[in-house]
Design a binder for this molecule. Structure first.
Ligand code: ATP
Ligand code: MG
Length: 569
């Protein structure tokens, strides 16, 4: 498990430079660069997840931290089959939501298709690229294996003229897919497989979401990426570790293309979170198989899902900055993300009372028909949040599990004959338990002490519990969706027990409570609004909410596993 080496609050951790920032600082100090220019390069083939957020924060933060620094948003759109305008829009929207701005620096690799083609022609002319006409399975067979060198294709020795002619005809659409490909001429016996004459262009008779049918040959990622970086004047091209082996090819492309800029690729470890998965392909599969409700399902680690669930952009940014940048593959505790979330929600969420599983309480000595409006503090962390009124009357709801008929030793909440405090209201004592024919408790008969108004004890009398509650008649019925982890094991991708990742889905990741209630003060709440339900956790109003019926998502419970882990250290 990757846990930061000090508590999240540790100022040292936030001050110390990670290895990428150290390189950047050195390049500024030595005068290698006078200005830093980074980019975030998503492929528009899905929605962003919290792993992408780490990369977004890194790239935009580094630009913001350095004088005159810039960060581009560039869509790496060279795979027409998988890419869609929907994703182009959602990615921009999610980055803005996260709090970053690319200003006028929005780019698309597809805007460079003509320039990339010119570079390809240049490579052919300088004898650095050739058209291969082996079928795809032969191309891969000729590549050899990691421990055995590849073989030159019989087409490797084609003349420049021949190559130019074939490449031109590839572009003109004369050939079928898979019949020809443009390859770099590097070294078929290179130890690094990526240097064994990698493919630069392939024929794809596919419609592109931006260039339409203008092209039927498309450049590969390994060719497009370094050159796009160079065209944009990127100084530091930050990517995840799986591209480490591609770096020699990245450098080859830059060195052999007619470009002035020489960006430096630096790799860092991906963010992985325990109890979830991050691969776009798998996220898509969960959606397609109907195992979750869509890209914005609140159980997913997508930014859409987290946002719908009630996560704040501040919390996600804080988390991404705290996990830090390293070269070690590891999984980060989901508890650390939740910790950052609670810190933020605690500061900013108004408190309200909500009852998830109601149990009726009748205050026998309270006047029939009377309603009092008692002042309640909105946010003890923020005085400026003020107070509100909560109605109190004879019939109330309390949380069903705040009562036990036969309580064990450590249960201090309501029980027969016991007195507790109702938050902001009165002390009440349980006098009688009413049950239905099945023996289930359906109602409690209680009495209240009028001298305890506001929840204060007049005579120093102590109670061991304070419960949340609602006045039954005024309470608003609502639906509450409780979420648990999407997977029941820490590392769903671990298949050593013979199970596949899908087998590890948590069958109880969603529980819908349709008989819940909340305070009338939130009647006008709109989707996205966040609250702390006292004693229960943080909740936000879901998109499915209607004026007639509110729907809440539980964002996170109050219990902080991370803080506990830190204490236990
Ligand atoms: P794929 O390429 O398989 O579709 P991807 O997750 O790599 O998926 P990209 O759109 O290529 O998606 O990613 C954009 C950027 O985000 C890349 O620079 C990539 O390295 C970075 N990135 C992706 N996943 C993570 C992660 N889990 N942690 C940190 N950075 C990530
Ligand atoms: Mg990628």
């Amino acid at each position: 498990m990757n846990t930061p080496d000090s508590t999240p609050e540790s100022p040292e951790r936030e001050r110390s430079l990670d290895f990428i920032r150290a390189i950047v600082a050195e390049d500024l100090a030595s005068g290698k660069h006078s200005r830093i220019h980074t980019r975030f390069p998503p492929e528009p083939n899905g929605y962003l997840h919290i792993g992408h957020a780490k990369s977004i924060c890194l790239n935009f933060d580094i630009a913001a931290e350095t004088p005159g620094g810039l960060c581009n948003l560039r869509f790496d759109d060279t795979n027409p089959e998988a890419e869609k305008e929907e994703f182009v829009q959602s990615i921009q929207d999610d980055i803005r939501w996260l709090g970053f701005d690319w200003d006028d620096r929005l780019f698309f690799a597809s805007d460079y298709f003509e320039r990339l083609h010119e570079v390809a022609v240049h490579l052919i002319q300088s004898g650095k690229a050739y058209v291969d006409s082996l079928p795809p399975d032969q191309i891969s067979a000729y590549r050899g294996k990691w421990n055995e060198p590849g073989k030159n294709s019989p087409h490797r020795s084609r003349t420049v003229e021949e190559n130019l002619d074939l490449f031109q005809r590839m572009r003109a659409g004369e050939f079928d897919e898979g019949t020809h490909a443009l390859r770099a001429k590097i070294d078929m016996s290179a130890k690094n497989m990526n240097l064994r004459d990698p493919i630069l262009y392939r024929i794809k008779k596919a419609h592109h979401h931006r260039t339409g049918d203008a092209w039927c040959i498309y450049p590969t990622y390994d060719f497009t990426h370094p050159l796009s970086d160079a065209f944009e004047g990127i100084t530091h091209s930050l990517c995840t570790l799986e591209f480490e082996d591609h770096r020699p090819l990245y450098d080859w492309a830059i060195d052999n293309a007619p470009v002035d800029c020489k960006p430096r690729q630096i790799e860092f470890a991906m963010l992985n979170l325990n109890f979830t998965i991050m691969s776009k392909r798998r996220l898509k599969q969960l959606i397609q198989e109907g195992r979750v409700d869509g890209w914005d399902d609140p159980r997913l680690p997508t930014l859409r899902g987290l946002r719908r669930r009630g996560y704040t952009p501040e919390a996600i940014r804080t988390f991404c900055r705290r996990v830090g940048i390293t070269k070690n593959h590891s999984a980060t505790e989901a508890a650390l993300l939740e910790h950052a979330l609670r810190e933020d929600l605690n500061k900013h969420s108004p408190r309200i009372m909500g009852v998830l599983r109601p149990l009726k309480v009748v205050i026998e000595n309270y006047p029939d028909g009377q309603v009092e409006h008692l002042p309640a503090v909105n946010n003890p962390e923020d005085e400026s949040a003020g107070t509100r009124q909560v109605p109190f009357s004879k019939v109330l709801y309390i949380e069903r599990d705040d009562f036990m008929e036969d309580p064990p030793k450590k249960f201090f909440r309501l029980a027969p004959g016991r007195e507790v405090r109702l938050r902001w209201a009165y002390f009440i004592t349980c006098n009688e338990v009413i049950k239905d024919a099945q023996g289930e408790v359906v109602e409690l008969r209680c009495s209240y002490d009028p001298a305890t108004r506001g929840g204060d004890s007049p005579d120093g009398r102590k109670v061991k519990a304070t419960l949340h509650w609602l006045a039954a008649e005024q309470a608003l019925p609502c639906e509450v969706r409780l979420y648990e982890r999407l997977f029941s094991v820490e590392n769903p991708s671990d298949d050593s027990d013979g199970k596949t990742w899908v087998d590890h889905l948590n069958p109880d990741s969603l529980e819908v409570l349709s008989d819940a209630f909340v305070e009338p003060s939130v009647a006008d709440a709109s989707p996205g609004q966040r609250y702390q339900f006292e004693r229960l956790g943080y909740f936000c109003v879901d998109l499915d909410s209607k004026e007639s019926r509110l729907v809440f998502n539980r964002t996170v419970t109050l219990k902080d596993a991370w803080a506990k882990m830190q204490k236990g250290r």
